[in-house]
Design a protein. Structure first.
Length: 105
């Protein structure tokens, strides 16, 4: 199993709607949660015991993958898949962020 995160870029100048992102998770039979954070908020280094699927809906957030020091910036519509056990941290961009995420079995 790969321990490297996967990024899927949105590819459109128009950000996705909440309904669209809710539908994407529904199509994958996932139960998502919405959350938001203010500019410059940080998430300390941590990992999850599950596969995390996250979409940026508004604003931006930058993840740092500890093992490789890779930095991944997400903007509206971008998807990040983080395999279980991947150690990462994050910092919210200058305009805050709103995301939707779920654990994938």
């Amino acid at each position: 199993m790969s321990r490297q995160p996967t990024v899927t870029r949105w590819g459109s100048t128009n950000p996705p709607s909440h309904d669209h992102l809710d539908a994407v998770f529904g199509d994958e039979d996932l139960a998502p949660s919405w959350w938001s954070s203010g500019p410059g908020d940080t998430y300390a280094t941590h990992s999850h015991p599950y596969h995390k699927v996250l979409y940026c809906a508004r604003g931006s957030i930058q993840f740092t993958i500890e093992l490789s020091s890779e930095r991944i910036e997400l903007t509206p519509g971008d998807r990040l898949d983080i395999p279980p056990g991947t150690v990462h941290s994050a910092i919210v961009g200058p305009n805050g962020v709103e995301c939707i995420e779920a654990a994938k079995p």
